[in-house]
Ligand binder design. Structure first.
Ligand SMILES: O=P(O)(O)OC[C@H]1O[C@H](O[C@H]2O[C@H](CO)[C@@H](O)[C@H](O)[C@H]2O)[C@H](O)[C@@H](O)[C@@H]1O
Length: 335
């Protein structure tokens, strides 16, 4: 039914979702993997992201994205924080008190998780890999791969990303992990060690498959519509589409957003919405991410008082995460 279909839009990432279908739940797959709860020994990224609420409000009101929207992107982008003023420093100090470094709080985190089944949720871009201009070149370091491989020996570990699952697998290349691509619309369980006749037992969850033709169509329209905007790039993430504006002149951001909105408006069954992720209560989730698209998970963890959200960010920004890490390298250390 058309009204059940939802196009999730976060930043310029468009994700097709379907209401009424089961919620993509990482826990529901992660919990099938039994591992002992062993405790290991052991901001502000430079993403130019559209602030969800503003975009949502604009879209809901059928309004043209306004300067306020551009301002909020600018505020969230360190490339625009050219001078460090005393008030900025003060703001940063206050933020760090609210979201202490997860490295400093490691003992508290491990204490709180004692005796519980830890499940690790890891965002990819900006968390496991540094942010780069070309999304096809967002490689993860060998060091990071080794750290994640090690981590997965102890805890069920899932990569949760806006990217298409196959693409993120090409970057990560670890068959022992769960992968939730397209913001949770495409979930696959670990395949490592499975014999050929066991492959059918692998968790495979694609609740929105029937909408692939529509997503493909919208992707082509977006490519056509945005090709006159220098620097704009459209990425097909299978169940979602990202329109990148990192290399677009700031003066053109509003126009580009307007073009995207016009396309989306042509498909009444599509809607602007923020992605969501779900974690169950009986595990101890540790969710590490850097993006506005990770905030849903942080919010749920905070609301349930369960596990911890850790934001990877060099600069203070609004977040529901409990702790912070400055960069992907610190995330690696915590593994
Ligand atoms: O959920 P994530 O794993 O963080 O994926 C979110 C988006 O990540 C990618 O875009 C971001 O990283 C790019 C490479 O560093 C960067 O150029 C871009 O500006 C960032 O937004 C990916 O390309 C998108 O498809 C994902 O939705």
């Amino acid at each position: 039914m058309a009204s059940q279909n939802v196009l999730i839009v976060d930043a310029f990432n468009l994700t097709l979702s379907t209401e009424g279908l089961p919620n993509p739940s990482i826990y529901s797959i992660a919990s099938q993997q039994k591992r002992p709860p062993v405790v290991p020994c052991g901001g502000y990224t430079n993403k130019k992201k559209i602030m969800l609420q503003n975009l949502e409000t604009n879209a809901a009101a059928g309004a043209r994205p306004n300067n306020c929207w551009v301002e909020s992107i600018r505020a969230s982008s360190p490339t625009h924080m050219k001078s460090i003023t005393p008030s900025l420093l003060e703001e940063k100090r206050a933020w760090i008190i609210r979201h202490p470094s997860a490295l400093d709080m490691f003992h508290e985190i491990t204490e709180a998780s004692k005796g519980k089944q830890i499940v690790m949720f890891l965002d990819y871009d900006g968390t496991l890999s540094p942010i780069v201009e070309n999304p096809d070149r967002a490689f993860m370091s060998g060091k990071m791969r080794r750290a994640v491989r090690q981590l997965a020996k102890y805890f069920p570990t899932a990569i949760v990303t806006g990217r298409c699952r196959d693409k993120v697998y090409d970057f990560v290349k670890l068959a022992e992990l769960y992968y939730a691509g397209s913001h949770g619309m495409d979930i696959k369980g670990p395949t490592k060690g499975l014999k050929y006749n066991q492959k059918s037992k692998v968790v495979n969850f694609q609740p929105a498959s029937e909408f692939l033709p529509l997503i493909d169509k919208v992707y082509k329209v977006l490519v056509e519509k945005t090709k006159s905007t220098p620097g704009a790039r459209v990425e097909n993430n299978k169940f979602c589409i990202s329109v990148h504006f990192r290399c677009v002149d700031e003066k053109k951001w509003n126009d580009l957003a307007q073009k995207v909105k016009e396309v989306v408006n042509e498909y009444p069954q599509l809607n602007w919405r923020q992605g969501r992720m779900v974690c169950d209560v009986s595990v101890f989730p540790v969710y590490i991410g850097d993006d506005t698209t990770d905030e849903d998970a942080f919010k749920i963890l905070r609301k349930r008082g369960q596990g911890f959200g850790i934001l990877v960010s060099k600069f203070p920004k609004k977040t529901s995460a409990s702790y912070s890490l400055r960069e992907p390298d610190e995330a690696r250390i915590i593994f």
